[in-house]
Design a protein. Structure first.
Length: 222
C-alpha cells in the first residue's frame, strides 16, 4: 500500500536558481516548511530569512544529502538545470528512498532520463512558459493554462454570442465545444457559471475545453 503524504508535509528544494527560488518562495507563502539547498553561499544567505531553513551543500554528494537529513523528507524538488547534476541528485534521492521526487527538465530527453531513474514528476518550466506566452501574444486570451491531452482553461473577454442572455440559451458547450466555468463582473470576485448566468460585455469569463476550441471561441466577434 502506498503511503499517503500529508498535504502539509515539509518540502526540500534543491537549487535556488529562478525556478527553485520561485518554488521555495511560493511554498513559504503557502505556510509550508521549506528546506532550501544550494552550493552558492550568496543564494543560501539571500534566502535564509525567506524560507524555514537554508543550507549550503552539494546535493551531488550522497553523503552530504544524508548529513542534512534529506532522506527524512517525503517531498523533494530538484530545481537544478544542469543535466548531469540533476540526474546525479535525482539518483541520490532515489537511493535515499524519498517517496516523491519532483525534477526540473530542460528538454524532453532530459525529462525521460529523470523519469527512468525514478523521478515521480518531471516539469518543463521553460517549455510550459513558452506555450503560455504563445497563446497570450494574440491578445485574445488574458490567461491560459494547458493540461495533458490538449486540454486547457483560459480567461478571456466574452464574445458577443454569449452576452446578454442566459448561458443555457447560448448552447455554448454544444455549439462551440467549450464550457464557461466562471464569470467575473467588475468589482466582484469570480463566481461559478450556471445555465441562468447572464454575461455582459463588462465581464471576464473562464472557459475550459480543448486548446483549438478555446482559440476559435476566443476569436469570435467581440
Amino acid at each position: 500500500m502506498v503511503e499517503r503524504i500529508p498535504v502539509d508535509a515539509p518540502v526540500a528544494v534543491i537549487g535556488l536558481g529562478r525556478f527553485g527560488a520561485a518554488t521555495a518562495g511560493q511554498l513559504n507563502r503557502l505556510d509550508r516548511e521549506v528546506l532550501a539547498v544550494d552550493t552558492n553561499p550568496a543564494l543560501v544567505q539571500k534566502w535564509a530569512d525567506r524560507v524555514t531553513h537554508t543550507i549550503e551543500a552539494d546535493a551531488r554528494n550522497p553523503e552530504a544529502l544524508r548529513q542534512i537529513g534529506i532522506g527524512e523528507f517525503q517531498i523533494v524538488v530538484v530545481a537544478v538545470g544542469n543535466l548531469e547534476a540533476s540526474v546525479l541528485i535525482t539518483a541520490n534521492l532515489v537511493d535515499l528512498k524519498v517517496p516523491q521526487i519532483w525534477a526540473k527538465a530542460s528538454t524532453q530527453s532530459h525529462g525521460k532520463i529523470l523519469a527512468r531513474i525514478g523521478a515521480n514528476h518531471v516539469v518543463y518550466p521553460e517549455a510550459q512558459a513558452g506555450t503560455r506566452v504563445a497563446h497570450l501574444v494574440s491578445g485574445r486570451l488574458l490567461d491560459f493554462i494547458q493540461f495533458d491531452d490538449d486540454y486547457a482553461i483560459a480567461k478571456l473577454y466574452p464574445p458577443k454570442v454569449i452576452r446578454d442572455k442566459p448561458l443555457g440559451r447560448s448552447v455554448v458547450r454544444t455549439k462551440y465545444r467549450v464550457t464557461v466555468v466562471g464569470v467575473k463582473s467588475p468589482g466582484k470576485e469570480f463566481t461559478y457559471a450556471t445555465e441562468e448566468t447572464v454575461i455582459t460585455n463588462h465581464d471576464l469569463v473562464i472557459v475550459s475545453g480543448h486548446v483549438g476550441d478555446i482559440e476559435r471561441f476566443a476569436s469570435l466577434d467581440r
